[in-house]
Design a protein around this ligand. Structure first.
Ligand SMILES: [Zn+2]
Ligand SMILES: [Zn+2]
Length: 390
């Protein structure tokens, strides 16, 4: 195959993106977004099936070899304050994580790939995934409904807009990229009493302070210091007055890591050790762990392939410094060698811009051309590589 440019249509990208941006929908409620994607695919003559209610899985090309491209389609519960003419028309809902752009770029990649369908050496699967922003996430649902079967992709590629890099920049990291995220909720129940008679009660506040300190001891003593990982207790509620020992205290926090083994060790610590610690204070303790997305681990092989394509198309290719955010693309990467890259969307000449999940988030629409071309070219050229051995 020749290395001809697979050109994206900028005007069409902007038109699609603005439509999606004006009509954002919350996780797992993306009914209009889903209908819009299907309509656009119909216009292109691309076949699709519905999955996970509001998800859409489209295929282009033929044959058993397969590669998948993924975009998430949901928006966030916040009210946009950019004042832009094409701002969200829905109070309390905003595409503040750039998923409108992800969807637009994948739709434009579909248009490019459809034009070149006869030259494709395999099947390209397009995963329009609902509910990235809300656990358990749409990725597991697509996977459970068979999105990665018949044919099974050899690799999965996805991208996220990145306000920390300028338009024209693509950033990669091999191995751990984003963290696992689990929600911790702890209720410590003691025995209320007059503060002047502590021996007649069991103070859950004292137990809570032990628990909080002990989480940090666990972090420093039970983790290889070269391995990243954190437990942050971010909420504490209990008590009403200076002279009353309260009945109970409630703690909330988050557990983040890049390492599944250590993550499981931390679960054990939280579920088993914390109640023991509370019992030393004469308190009972109930722990609820909301297990979230696993760490996102990029495959070195998939990264090196996608990076090679980016080096031909992007102005700048650089390294992404891993972050403790979470992202459910991780589920694809657990099953199939995958690469998730970051696409710079900060307008040229601006030092900093409001970040993801900010009511003022205003990514540069010009960045989408590169993103769409990267997706299409990565998929197209993938089939020129030798098939992976099972
Ligand atoms: Zn987000
Ligand atoms: Zn996102």
């Amino acid at each position: 195959m020749t290395h001809h440019a697979l050109e994206a249509n900028h005007e069409s990208l902007v038109a699609i993106r603005r439509h999606l941006h004006q009509h954002p929908e919350l996780s797992f409620e993306e009914y209009e977004t889903s209908a819009y994607i299907k309509q656009r695919l119909d216009d292109l003559g691309v076949s699709w099936t519905s999955m996970a209610t509001t998800g859409v899985v489209a295929t282009i090309g033929f044959g058993k070899r397969c590669v998948a491209l993924r975009a998430d389609i949901d928006a966030l519960p916040m009210t946009e304050e950019t004042g832009l003419p094409y701002r969200s028309r829905r109070e309390g809902v905003m595409h503040a994580c750039g998923h409108d752009m992800h969807t637009s770029m994948l739709l434009e990649a579909a248009a490019i790939l459809k034009r070149h369908e006869s030259e494709l050496g395999g099947t390209v699967k397009l995963l329009f995934q609902p509910g990235e922003e809300k656990t358990p996430g749409g990725a597991t649902m697509l996977i459970d409904e068979g999105a990665l079967e018949n044919p099974a992709p050899e690799m999965v590629f996805g991208q996220h807009v990145n306000p920390d890099a300028t338009t024209g920049t693509v950033s990669f990291v091999s191995g751990p990229m984003l963290a696992s995220a689990d929600e911790i909720s702890i209720v410590i129940t003691g025995k209320g009493a007059h503060a002047a008679q502590p021996h007649k009660g069991n103070n859950p506040i004292l137990a809570a302070s032990s628990v909080i300190n002990h989480t940090q001891t666990f972090l420093s003593q039970e983790r290889n210091p070269l391995q990243p990982g954190l437990i942050a207790i971010t909420s504490i509620h209990g008590g009403t007055a200076t002279n009353i020992i309260p009945e109970s205290v409630e703690l909330k926090g988050t557990l983040r890591s890049f390492d599944q083994e250590w993550r499981e060790q931390a679960w054990y610590f939280i579920e088993q050790t914390i109640p023991q610690l509370c019992s030393l204070h004469g308190c009972r303790c109930s722990v609820t762990l909301g297990k979230g997305y696993p760490p996102l681990i990029n495959s070195p092989e998939a990264v090196s392939f996608a990076r090679g394509i980016a080096e031909r198309l992007a102005r700048t290719v650089d390294s992404f410094e891993p972050k403790m955010w979470a992202e459910d693309f991780a589920y694809y990467a657990q099953l199939v060698p995958s690469c998730f890259w970051m696409l710079g969307v900060r307008p040229e000449g601006i030092e900093t811009m409001p970040g993801l999940h900010n009511v003022h988030f205003t990514p540069d629409e010009d960045a989408m051309t590169l993103g769409a071309e990267l997706l299409a070219t990565t998929a197209m050229h993938y089939f020129t590589t030798p098939a992976r051995q099972e």
